[in-house]
Design a protein around this ligand. Structure first.
Ligand code: Q6P
Ligand code: ZN
Length: 674
């Protein structure tokens, strides 16, 4: 498994700026880059990255996307007078030229290609390029929206050509529509372009009909262009995560890219004067994490927009720290998508239903049900309402994201005697105090003296404690009885007043009922038969029609149900159980393990049942690659953050499930079983 994160930066790219007065362009300043880079240095993140030198893109690179006439025209700009530059600029929209911008544009595209080379050759696992000018608006023969050359589009063509890869996913989380990228690949099924963008029913720049949800691509490329228009400002973390869970990720997993490129603009974060959205900087940790399980982790993030210097640098740090493998912060206050986001979600899912089998259950479009457009279009009072929304978004304040502490130990293993602990992991066993051991013996072993089983159970409880203290990030235990081990962890969590435990159990093992009435435990179980009688509020049995061996059904359930539920539930520990005979293949299990690590600050405990010694080794190897130990960085001591304890759910408060991120998926989930 490839390790390491590349960082590309060169301060030459700060050496151009707006030379005349233009209220539209004045936000695109050199400080965007310096501030981002300085924040990475200050947080100690730049040091942990592998610094890769920037190069100039060649003519041949640029011509992968742009016309010769356009390239020749831009080549003349370094020799133009101020007057000539202003005039040259006038033929394009929302962009400015400077004598040094051609040089910087070559560096921006070249840096992106260097990043692609580093990832594709396996020098690093992933990386980020901090570049100026940005790229996603520039078109074959036109500069646009601060962009000169289309860095990411060039990179996609380059990667396909040089490395022979078949499928590239471009995720554009900048708040503007990268129409340049769309136009470049709209008839090309080998490049899947996803963009969400402030749209306001075409009232927002660049005001294109082409940015709406029904522009799905053309000819062979139909279905490979995914637009999610935001028709209101003020979108929050829940809206972003909902779109990832219910639109982008299902399609992306079905597409199965060989490389992921991110148009990483941070004008979609709170405080940005262009986007006027309300997502907090730490949402980018989650967006990044959720993409890191695709393409074997090959992810290149390339800076696009971001005009509030504070939220910009905070968001850049969240992204890079996640690329480095540090656990994501716990997502706060997710309550579900707003009505307008829900509408966009429904629209895009139904527009793409013909192209993706993961969407075959997407609901028919009931415009009457969800449309906000009608309200929008009826005159009167709307200008005032809009002004109000904008004002509230602008005056929004947010607190600095908490320091993210990576525990000194990444992965701890509880193994039976005789099983060798693989490199990069820490073998864990506890010397728990005798009274606790006795208690365990009484409770679980009925006073028998199976000393192996007892050692395992006491190690498990000690391991959970270390995870809770953030001394260990995640763990894996090979046990002889997963049901007993599950029970033991749940009881320990209860006794230690852990706030919430999410259990995801794959297979028909007997599951604990403790805590599933009051919500201190949320149990999701993939089982082959729905067990009647187990009708507790926080026990969700999932019976897939074709069982867990149906990878696509399983993936859909994970992305559309388990993940949003987990996000909304916000556990402090995830217990992941694979019982024997579950039928789940290793690849799907690996996805599940990877995705769930975005929750609970990465505190995932995996329980696996072993009966015979044979096969243990193969199992271990598989698991460890899910936890992909960044041993290089993990074993350094880091400061521990005070984790704020959250109140437990009281049994009176309505369950947060179903109402939020999961939207109307419960209905869908039923259909999977029919
Ligand atoms: C914004 C142009 C819009 C005026 C409406 C990669 C980055 C970007 C550029 C935005 C240009 N002005 N108030 O480009 O997408 O952030
Ligand atoms: Zn933007």
């Amino acid at each position: 498994m490839k390790m390491g994160t590349a960082l590309l930066y060169d301060d030459e790219m700060t050496k151009y700026k707006l030379l005349w007065t233009d209220p539209v362009c004045k936000i695109e300043v050199p400080e965007r880059l310096t501030v981002s880079h300085e924040a990475l240095l200050k947080a100690g993140l730049a040091d942990r990255c592998i610094s890769v030198p920037v190069r100039e893109a060649t003519d041949a690179d640029i011509l992968l996307v742009h016309s010769e006439e356009y390239l020749e025209a831009v080549k003349k700009t370094p020799y133009m007078t101020l007057e000539d530059l202003m005039e040259f600029t006038l033929q394009y929209g929302d962009v400015y030229f400077h004598p040094n911008i051609y040089h910087c544009a070559k560096l921006a595209a070249g840096a992106t290609l260097q990043l692609v080379d580093s990832v594709m050759t396996g020098k690093v696992r992933n990386g980020m390029a901090l570049v100026r000018p940005p790229g996603h608006h520039s078109m074959r023969s036109a500069a646009n929206g601060f962009c000169v050359f289309n860095n990411v589009a060039i990179a996609a063509r380059y990667a396909k050509q040089k490395y022979g890869i078949k499928r590239v996913l471009i995720v554009d989380w900048d708040v503007h529509h990268g129409q340049g990228v769309q136009y470049c690949f709209e008839d090309d099924p080998s490049v899947l372009y996803f963009s969400w963008h402030r749209y306001e029913h075409q009232k927002f720049w660049p005001h294109l009909r082409d940015s709406d949800y029904d522009c799905v691509g053309k000819e062979k490329g139909a279905g490979f262009n995914v637009n999610v228009p935001w028709n209101k400002v003020g979108m929050k973390n829940s809206d972003y995560l909902s779109v990832f869970c219910h639109v982008l990720l299902p399609i992306a997993y079905e597409f199965s890219p060989d490389l992921v490129l991110v148009c990483a603009g941070f004008d979609s974060a709170i405080g940005d004067p262009e986007g006027k959205m309300c997502a907090s900087p730490d949402v980018f940790a989650h967006l990044t994490h959720l993409l890191m399980n695709l393409a074997g982790g090959k992810l290149c993030a390339v800076l696009e927009g971001g005009y509030n210097l504070t939220s910009l640098h905070q968001s850049v740090c969240q992204t890079v720290q996640t690329l480095l493998g540090d656990p994501a912060p716990r997502p706060a206050n997710l309550d579900g998508p707003c009505a307008s986001a829900l509408e966009s979600l429904h629209c895009v899912r139904s527009a793409h239903r013909p192209y993706w089998s993961c969407l075959k259950h997407a609901a028919d479009l009931l415009t009457s049900d969800v449309s906000t457009k009608g309200i929008e279009l009826t005159a009167g009072g709307q200008e005032k309402q809009k002004a109000e929304e904008e004002r509230s978004a602008e005056s929004e304040e947010w607190s600095e994201p908490l320091k993210r502490a990576a525990p000194p130990v990444r992965t701890a293993l509880v193994l039976p005697d005789g099983v060798v602990c693989p490199e990069g992991c820490t073998r864990f066993s506890s010397s728990a105090d005798p009274s606790k051991v006795n208690k365990l013996r009484e409770t679980f072993l009925k006073d028998s003296d199976d000393s192996d089983a007892l050692t395992t159970l006491s190690s498990l409880t000690a391991l959970v404690q270390k995870m809770e203290q953030n001394e260990i990030c995640n763990g894996l235990a090979l046990v002889r009885d997963v049901s007993m081990a599950m029970m033991c962890v749940v009881q320990h969590a209860e006794a230690a007043h852990l706030d919430r435990v999410l259990i995801v159990c794959v297979g028909d093992a007997a599951v604990p009922s403790q805590g599933t009435d009051d919500g201190t435990t949320l149990l999701v179980q993939f089982s082959s038969e729905e067990s009647e009688g187990q009708k507790r509020r926080f026990h969700i049995p999932l019976c897939l029609k074709k069982g867990c061996s149906d990878v696509s059904g399983f993936t859909q359930a994970v992305l559309g149900l388990v993940l949003p539920l987990g996000y909304e539930y916000d556990p402090s520990l995830v217990l992941l159980v694979r019982s024997p005979g579950s039928g789940l293949c290793d690849g799907a299990w690996q996805q599940l393990t990877g995705l769930l690590q975005g929750l609970a600050q990465g505190h995932t405990l995996v329980l696996m049942q072993v009966r015979r010694r044979r096969g243990v080794r193969a199992h271990l190897r598989l698991h460890l690659c899910c936890f992909w130990s960044f041993s290089l960085f993990y074993f350094r001591k880091v400061r521990r953050s005070a984790s704020a304890r959250r109140p437990r759910l009281s049994s009176e408060s309505p369950p947060p499930l179903w109402g939020g991120l999961v939207l109307r998926c419960r209905r869908m989930w039923r259909r999977w079983r029919d």
